[in-house]
Design a protein around this ligand. Structure first.
Ligand SMILES: Nc1ncnc2c1ncn2[C@@H]1O[C@H](COP(=O)(O)OP(=O)(O)OP(=O)(O)O)[C@@H](O)[C@H]1O
Ligand SMILES: [Mg+2]
Length: 292
């Protein structure tokens, strides 16, 4: 087994993508980053949402919170892509491709995981990033509007009748990986912001559509996340479910928090990331994360 702290294993690239805004890409990305840091992995982050920069804002809040409270919180490395200044579309896209390739090469060299957060829209950089994904995570909310990004659904039978734009884009990314001899992409789709009160009928229909899409699109459909206030509250402190109890002296554990942490843990296990399971039984990795 390769040692995760000396980073001798090849870096694994996780991309969070979905052309629909607000499904929880940045929130989940931050929680995955914190989970990996907590187990002692060296993690790098690339936020490709140049307009909102939600993941970088999350991390900036984390630095500020740690400074204010004199804490030593594990942090990922971040990188910024230089703005593409070229006037022509083709020259700009070439410059973007070069900048992304350089940034990824740099980050992969020193880290075990590189986490890339994409904007909720179809951009050239996002397309390129999808073709770099060893693991692609696509959160969807519990609604047919979200599912429409993956496939068209017959309103009577709930059968999938056609693939949608985003699914075609992922297909294209897979093809590009295969052409350059890269490993097959593991595409993971998960539901986020599940309402405990939502009509059971709708949840069943969404669930059956996702099961049918899973075969057509070759993704893994893994357990997701309930709608919980805690996900929204932790952003200003830059903390996550993984570390807020240890980091925030004012924090109190509730039953909802316990359930949320179980969801997060189940999700991390379901991602099947290299070295993840082994790191869970090695207590020294937690000390290496600086939190014990
Ligand atoms: N499980 C959850 N429970 C409650 N709120 C959540 C949950 N997941 C995400 N949110 C909230 O939903 C909003 C959108 O989340 P987030 O910014 O992570 O989505 P996104 O997919 O990255 O959006 P964009 O496409 O605009 O980048 C945020 O206010 C976030 O705090
Ligand atoms: Mg986002």
């Amino acid at each position: 087994m390769a040692d995760k702290r000396t980073n001798t294993a090849p870096a694994h690239t996780l991309v969070f993508g979905n052309e629909k805004g607000g499904t929880g890409k940045s929130t989940l990305a931050m929680h995955v980053v914190a989970s990996l840091l907590d187990r002692g992995f060296a993690v790098a982050v690339l936020d490709l949402d140049t307009r909102q920069r939600s993941l970088y804002r999350y991390l900036e809040n984390r630095v500020r919170f740690a400074e204010r409270h004199g804490l030593r919180l594990p942090m990922p490395t971040t990188a910024a892509l230089p703005p593409a200044k070229h006037a022509g579309l083709s020259a700009r896209q070439t410059a973007e491709a070069e900048a992304l390739a350089n940034a990824l090469a740099r980050l992969r060299a020193g880290h075990r995981f590189v986490v890339v957060d994409c904007p909720g829209s179809d951009t050239h950089l996002s397309r390129l990033a999808h073709a770099e994904a060893d693991t692609l995570v696509t959160p969807v909310n519990d609604s047919f509007i979200d599912l429409d990004l993956l496939g068209r659904v017959d309103p009577d039978s709930y059968q999938v009748t056609a693939l949608s734009h985003y699914a075609e884009m992922v297909w294209d990314a897979r093809k590009r990986r295969s052409l350059r001899g890269a490993s097959a992409m593991d595409w993971v789709v998960t539901r986020n912001r599940l309402s405990p009160l939502q009509a059971a009928r709708n949840m069943r229909h969404v669930d059956s559509v996702l099961r049918s899409l899973r075969q057509r699109l070759a993704f893994r459909y893994v357990p997701g996340f309930t709608e919980r206030v805690i996900y929204r509250e932790l952003f200003p402190k830059g903390l996550t479910l993984v570390d807020f109890l240890r980091a925030d002296p004012a924090a109190r554990m509730t039953i909802s928090h316990v359930a949320a942490r179980q969801e997060m843990r189940a999700f991390m296990d379901a991602l099947r990331l290299p070295g993840w399971a082994e790191a869970g039984v090695d207590p020294s990795s937690r000390r290496a994360g600086g939190l014990e």
